[in-house]
Design a protein around this ligand. Sequence first.
Ligand SMILES: [Zn+2]
Ligand SMILES: [Zn+2]
Length: 257
Amino acid sequence: MAVIHFLGTGAADYSPLLGTDFKDGFDKNARRSTAVLLDNKYLFDCGEHALDSIRIANVNKEEIKFIFISHLHGDHYNPDRIAKIAANQSEPVKLYVREDAELPYIPNVKIMRMKNFVRYAVDQDMAVTGLPANHDERVKPRHFLIEYKGKKMFYGLDGGWMLNGTYNYLRNSDLDLMILDATCGDYEGDFRMAEHNSIPMIRLMLPSLKTVGIVGDHTRIILSHIAPSLNKPHDETAKIAGKFGAEVAYDGFITEF
Ligand SMILES: [Zn+2]
Ligand SMILES: [Zn+2]
């Protein structure tokens, strides 16, 4: 059993209330930058608000030993926040990025460059494979297939639809959990859809993923990277997604898989 902790579930359109009313607390409608923590040790994305989320969630940042960066947009990657997580640790924190990502020197961080479609055994019972994502190519985007304690999880924040190579790689993978970008919410007609999903897009995509064994009836689908400016309030969004069996994450949401 693994514990997944959604520390941040927002897109880059941050609410000004994060600095005032919600400075020291989570709220389902005040979403911080995307970050997902697996068993307190593996952090997926570490952007602008990562340290605020870690503080509010009462997570010990020195337990974080591995950080995986999906791409270099500021809501997913912030070298200062990564440096602060690594600062007082006895061993360097391992930072996994796409092989061609340019990063500054970050003290006490070991940069691990990953090629797409190559499976890396990163720790005992933990392997990660980088897969191409449909997102701004300048920021070296990728999704992750995570194999952990016998379970399979897909992390797809950000990216619109699924690229052909990724789709074929994932055939018959029978995922246990799929975390998908739902930036544009239940909404039609936004420029961001060229590189993000809306909720109707996910609803249409899931049956196709089923036909090739990427997901099955048992697969949990959790939506995240929700842009508050393009979404209805959380509870309403959760109701819409629930009609086709998907859950909607919120900051502070903890679940097991
Ligand atoms: Zn983003
Ligand atoms: Zn992005």
